[in-house]
Design a protein around this ligand. Sequence first.
Ligand code: KG4
Ligand code: ZN
Length: 362
Amino acid sequence: MSTPEHARPIDTTAPLVLGVESSCDETGVALVTLNALTGAPLLVGQALHTQVAMHAAYGGVVPELASRDHIRRVVPLLRQALAEAQRDLADVDAIAYTAGPGLAGALLVGSAFAEALAFALGKPVMPVHHLEGHLLSPLLAAEPPQFPFVALLVSGGHTQLMHVTGVGHYELLGETLDDAAGEAFDKTAKLLGLGYPGGPALAKLADTADPALVAEIKLPRPMLHSGDLEFSFAGLKTAVLTRVKAAEAEGGLTDVGRVALAAAVQEAISDVLVAKCVQALKQTGLSRLVVAGGVGANRHLRASLVKACERRKAEVYFPELSLCTDNGAMIALAGLLRLVSGSPPKMAGGFSVKPRWPLIDA
Ligand code: KG4
Ligand code: ZN
């Protein structure tokens, strides 16, 4: 981090929590404490390794390769995060790690590492729900939201709207019945011949589209008028497949056509997400919206949500762009906030991971 030391008022008596993320294809290690002046959470060191280049050759995440790479990366990343924070392992008060949901083998690496380290240091552990990490990550931003808020969680595997009244107090308002928004980006990107990871590739292409051509493409907005807060994105993927096949029958998609279709997909996904967020704000009577998870990095979605919230005089909060996708900071943060809000840490010892784990049970 480039923040100068004098600008980071660190309270050395505040708890220092180490976070370890390894649920999918990113190994993240970070240290979070509290700002001595404001009491707000403060990220003091972080290190991240993304496996994107390794999995790209296979067109998606290969779970066994992911686990093995987490093993290789986690210790050097820990050293890097400690060096950046200018702290020692002895300074760490608790170790938070992603216990689920995610890939079982990948989760086991982070969990075994964190539990073993905590056992050796005689420190407690905080098993963290990956989505809770995403959900709380905007609290590390320069202007964090106050509770209560509506949270839109949009990651590769989840699309959920939550009513959040405090740390650990999450009520599910609605979720996807089939594909997640991130999955819709990734699957349609694949249909358009874009590489893995599809979401960012599709978004990059969409940014160069001619709006007039995009307007000519009519894609479905699934469940836009369903009257509830559920989502469904599988039909959108089918609509794109139909268009791609039709284009193939006539010689294949042109470059211009591919760009326009990418932008139309991005618009369709955004339109549904924005409409459901607005409905969730209305339904709960809240005026704060928090967006978290990888799809929250999408610039078109961000701009559309900002506009929609302005119209409603609501506030919208996003994590820092670098904290939208998986990272150790959000896991350290969730551990720290759980710790300071009275959740009892557990002593290191036996552990289990939960590849499937609803957030409302966390
Ligand atoms: O939260 P995340 O990093 O991992 C999970 O917990 O799943 O989210 C990954 C998802 C992927 O589907 C990826 O394609 C999508 O987030 N994503 C994006 C963008 N950046 C990441 N989707 C659309 N636009 C982006 N800029
Ligand atoms: Zn994630």
